[in-house]
Design a protein around this ligand. Structure first.
Ligand SMILES: Cc1cc2nc3c(=O)[nH]c(=O)nc-3n(C[C@H](O)[C@H](O)[C@H](O)COP(=O)(O)OP(=O)(O)OC[C@H]3O[C@@H](n4cnc5c(N)ncnc54)[C@H](O)[C@@H]3O)c2cc1C
Length: 406
């Protein structure tokens, strides 16, 4: 059944750019994206929702489901068709990640980071030879990673200390990359390291590295608060030899490349936040219609109705910012202000909505028999990774000041 829907999905792909324009005039999703939304919604409902609690409890990676998503075209949504992708647009990434995250936020993290920070980056900057090796096999369920952060360089990534020293026609990588999503399952990573620490930001360079390379060891699986279906680990680099032809994009432009890509990656995280929030809102509304107190369902209490209304308003307004940012991301220009606004609004909405949903469930919200506590834990990461909230507020403020002074 999914395969059938997938064929439809692939058939309408060539309409995507026009569809996106229609989205702006009609203020509703184009038909192409509605088909994709239904495909992902059905998948999440049938394949993810029933196992999400177990994946969370057991910190289990959803291997079978990721492979099925690969077959559906979801693991290379906006990768060009020449390299095995679906050739779709940025809005479709947001739509797909939201639906997947509704079913399982950890799976949403895997899908979002693979698509937004690995596949679309290699598609954007890779040479044809690099794409044959590091992209084509990565659109069907094989995962790629984005290794930017380090133990002492998170918000301040420019201060990274991992080095790449030239030796003949190779670079020798040393250092530690931290918090790598899907590091334990991924087959390759874009690893950022500096070719000359004296050059500061201008020495940072991006390398395409198979994770089976000699000299790479993986750290322990981090024991996280939420999104536990996705793995997170350190990558230790000890004299890892990388051929010069594996440099991704111009040498010394790794910092710029990472910032440009994070603009796009933030849309994925924002969409994940909307999916988590929507799952919590749907569950709270449905619970309130059944739970009785003082002789009537709690949905009849004004306090509960108003709380649901506030939750829906926060979520819906954030979703519009996410869709706007997703459409703008297809433009080659930087979209930092819009993507930061979307990420900040969506992650704060998810925190607000999951908090409210847990409250509406009362005691049942506090135990793992119901998904409210999981949604509450899952939402929290969206305010941290891809840039913590304070950083985004500062980025938005700087953009406003720049616009005012221009
Ligand atoms: C589960 C998980 C998965 C991740 N996946 C990846 C991944 O796949 N690839 C990757 O490269 N990284 C990944 N990360 C790293 C993530 O992007 C960083 O954790 C994040 O950018 C914050 O960096 P930090 O943890 O070092 O916090 P810090 O930089 O130490 O910041 C701590 C606090 O200080 C505040 N702060 C710092 N600087 C400023 C400032 N200038 N102004 C105002 N406030 C400031 C921050 O807002 C934050 O609240 C992941 C992290 C987690 C937890």
């Amino acid at each position: 059944m999914f395969r059938k829907i997938s064929v439809n999905f692939l058939r309408v792909i060539s309409d995507a750019p026009n569809a996106t324009l229609r989205f702006f005039s009609l203020h509703q999703l184009p038909e192409t994206h509605t088909i994709l939304q239904k495909t992902c919604r059905d998948f999440a409902e049938k394949e993810l929702k029933p196992i999400a609690a177990a994946l969370d409890r057991e910190h289990k990676f959803p291997e079978k489901q990721i492979n099925k998503l690969g077959e559906l075209g979801i693991m290379g949504i906006n990768v060009s068709k020449d390299y095995g992708g679906a050739g779709y647009d940025g809005l479709s990434v947001a739509v797909a990640v939201e639906e997947i995250s509704k079913g399982c936020a950890g799976t949403g993290a895997i899908v979002s980071i693979h698509n937004c920070l690995y596949a679309s980056l290699v598609d954007r900057l890779g040479t044809p030879d690099q794409k044959e090796i590091f992209l084509k096999p990565f659109t069907k369920g094989t995962l790629g990673c984005f290794a930017l952060s380090e133990p002492d360089a998170g918000s301040d990534v420019g201060s990274m200390t991992s080095t790449a020293m030239k030796r003949g026609d190779r670079y020798i990588l040393n250092g530690t990359k931290s918090w790598v999503t899907s590091g334990l399952q991924g087959k390759a990573a874009v690893i950022f390291a500096t070719i000359d620490r004296n050059l500061k930001h201008k020495g940072i360079t991006a390398f395409l590295v198979p994770l089976s390379s000699p000299g790479i060891t993986l750290g322990k699986k981090e024991d996280k608060l939420g999104i536990r279906a996705s793995s997170t680990c350190n990558i230790f680099l000890q004299d890892v030899e990388v051929p010069e032809e594996n440099i991704l994009g111009p040498k010394g432009e790794g910092f710029k490349i990472a910032m440009e890509q994070l603009d796009k990656g933030r849309v994925g995280i924002a969409a994940q936040a909307i999916g988590i929030g929507q799952a919590a809102l749907d569950m709270a509304a449905s619970y309130s219609l059944q739970r009785k107190a003082f002789g009537k369902t709690i949905s009849e209490l004004d306090a509960v109705k108003m709380q649901l209304g506030k939750m829906a308003l926060r979520l819906e307004s954030a979703r519009l910012l996410v869709w706007r940012a997703a459409v703008l991301c297809d433009n080659p220009n930087r979209t930092t202000k819009e993507t930061s606004m979307a990420k900040l609004a969506a992650s704060q909405a998810a925190t607000y909505v999951t908090h409210g949903a847990l409250q509406i469930l009362g005691g049942m919200g506090y135990v793992s028999d119901m998904p409210a506590e999981r949604h509450y834990r899952d939402a929290r990461i969206t305010e941290i990774y891809g840039g913590a909230s304070d950083i985004h507020m500062s980025l938005i403020g700087s953009a406003i000041l720049k616009e005012s002074s221009d």
